[in-house]
Design a protein around this ligand. Structure first.
Ligand SMILES: [Cu+2]
Length: 155
């Protein structure tokens, strides 16, 4: 029994730790091909921002339909692809990897269900660092606000 537990623990330790930090995935909502009700959530997330050079995995997770991810614009019910990416037909569980090597804002849609629309934003790598620094600054000012408050109360 002891040996079994030790082996079990050894196996757990051998399992590589998956990287959850930055998956860059876009999925399709359930029933998104059957009804327009998914609205701005037909693709989840509806808007994704990544650094240039990263890979975006676009996956059909909708059990009820075949979908595509095509970059371009939809005017009414007329879709006009811009040629940046086109996943082709994706069955349930199939995915398409897009190498985001072009900086820009890429609206995309499903060519079979044009109400399914999302936006992929590809930004310069420095932009993300700037955003992080901004967030850090915000946190710093929040801390100083709290400490100001405490000193005002008399702590
Ligand atoms: Cu679709």
């Amino acid at each position: 029994m002891k040996a079994v537990i030790i082996i079990a623990i050894a196996f757990v330790l051998l399992i590589p730790i998956p990287v959850f930090a930055d998956p860059h995935t876009i999925e399709t909502a359930n029933d998104s091909g059957l009804t327009l009700e998914c609205g701005t959530q037909c693709y989840t997330p509806n808007t994704l921002t990544v650094d240039v050079g990263h890979i975006v995995t676009m996956t059909n997770t909708d059990e009820t339909g075949i979908h595509t991810f095509v970059s371009g614009n939809v005017y009414g019910f007329t879709a006009i692809p811009d040629g940046e990416f086109d996943s082709g037909m994706l069955n349930l569980g199939e995915s398409f990897d897009y190498n985001a090597n072009t900086v820009g804002k890429f609206p995309f849609y499903c060519s079979l269900h044009v109400w399914m629309q999302g936006v992929l934003i590809v930004q310069e790598a420095e932009a993300e660092e700037e955003t992080m620094m901004e967030e850090q600054k915000d946190t710093t000012s929040w801390f100083s606000w709290i400490s100001d408050l405490f000193s005002w109360i008399g702590f």
